[in-house]
Design a protein around this ligand. Structure first.
Ligand SMILES: Cc1cc2nc3c(=O)[nH]c(=O)nc-3n(C[C@H](O)[C@H](O)[C@H](O)COP(=O)(O)OP(=O)(O)OC[C@H]3O[C@@H](n4cnc5c(N)ncnc54)[C@H](O)[C@@H]3O)c2cc1C
Length: 319
């Protein structure tokens, strides 16, 4: 069975959920092989987690430079493994980093890049949701090794036993004259909430929330559900919530199990970032708001009446 390479996203020895989704998607095409790029010792830390999502092989591309040069070491590692393994495809997460890796890698391999896939099929085609979700498309690479970036949250991760046989990959030395060096890393202090693109529940607020202070009604509901907080662009542009939480075409793409939209009209650019969510709940005082066209459950009402009641009800059920 052909190998399918998966680039592992990891932070501090923990594998990100999107990687488990990639390993699951890879198994539709062949044998999933994980490629770990990191400082020495990283692969050992993440191997068991990768095995539990079906990684038959774990390629360890480790060097002290691996995290010091933006995406170059990841592209080098994938290109090196792809040359020796002739995989059926290479899968990476469609994050900012992943998209850059996929473009550069496709050029190196002389293959095709399929961007922002929401599904990977056994015949090598991928599903994409394009033009703000207005069309569903199936695409297939016409030549070479396909490099596919897969939207985080679009594929449901399923556990499977994998042997996770480790193989060492020699990373070529990075040419500092051609690469940007990372000179410092400062993690953003994000509190206890889950990361927006990884969360299984997202509660977002829009312009209807009315002010930065009133956004605590969104945060309270999110915290009762253990959810991440998101915002529409209008809410961000109005200064109600920071830009890194924007959901939509020019913000983050999320695909949680549950998406709650409070005071969001449902413009196409917002929908582009959330409409593949499994269940969508909308609260809006305008019964004609377009968000209701894609909502599974809709409440026509004032969010300041509805959201606190929902928060209390969730708290009661938990207690
Ligand atoms: C190129 C481009 C890119 C864009 N990218 C994005 C993007 O990434 N993300 C994004 O979100 N938008 C994006 N937009 C903007 C988008 O077109 C909309 O303007 C924006 O999504 C509207 O945000 P909103 O729904 O919060 O605000 P509005 O459209 O003003 O809607 C507010 C809603 O709140 C309701 N409401 C008001 N008060 C209450 C209340 N008390 N209780 C309940 N409901 C209430 C109203 O009925 C209304 O439906 C983009 C636009 C362009 C042109």
């Amino acid at each position: 069975m052909a190998e399918v390479l998966v680039l592992v996203d990891h932070v501090d020895g923990e594998v990100k959920k999107s990687t488990f989704e990639l390993l699951t998607a890879a198994r539709a095409l062949g044998e999933a092989s994980a490629v770990v790029v990191g400082t020495p010792g990283t692969a050992g830390k993440v191997k068991d987690a990768l095995a539990s999502y079906g990684a038959a092989k774990v390629y360890a591309a480790e060097s002290d430079d691996a995290t010091g040069y933006l995406v170059t070491p990841k592209v080098d590692a994938l290109a090196t493994v792809a040359e020796q393994a002739s995989p059926a495809a290479v899968l990476v997460s469609a994050t900012a980093d992943g998209k850059e890796v996929s473009g550069r890698l496709a050029i190196r391999l002389g293959g095709a890049v399929l961007v922002d896939a929401v599904g990977v099929n056994a015949d090598g085609s991928v599903d994409q949701s394009i033009f703000g979700g207005a069309f569903s498309v199936k695409s297939k690479a016409a030549k070479g090794t396909p490099v596919v970036s897969v939207r985080p949250g679009a594929v449901e991760a399923e556990q499977a036993d994998g042997a996770a046989a480790e193989e060492t990959v020699a990373l070529p030395a990075v040419d500092p004259a051609k690469s940007a060096k990372v000179t410092g890393v400062e993690p953003v202090v994000g509190g206890d909430r889950p990361e927006l693109t990884e969360a299984s529940i997202v509660v977002s607020g829009g312009r209807g929330v009315g002010s930065a202070e009133k956004f605590d009604v969104v945060e309270k509901l999110a915290d009762s559900l253990g959810a991440a907080v998101g915002a529409s662009r209008a809410a961000v542009d109005s200064g109600y919530y920071p830009a890194q939480f924007q959901v939509g075409q020019t913000g983050k793409t999320v695909s949680p199990q549950l998406y709650v939209a409070l005071g969001i009209s449902g413009a196409i650019q917002h929908r582009a970032g959330m409409q593949t969510s499994k269940t969508i709940v909308a609260v809006n005082k305008d019964a004609e708001a377009p968000i209701f066209e894609i909502a599974d459950f809709g409440v026509v009402g004032d969010l300041f009446d509805v959201a606190p009641q929902l928060t209390d009800e969730v708290a009661k059920r938990k207690g």
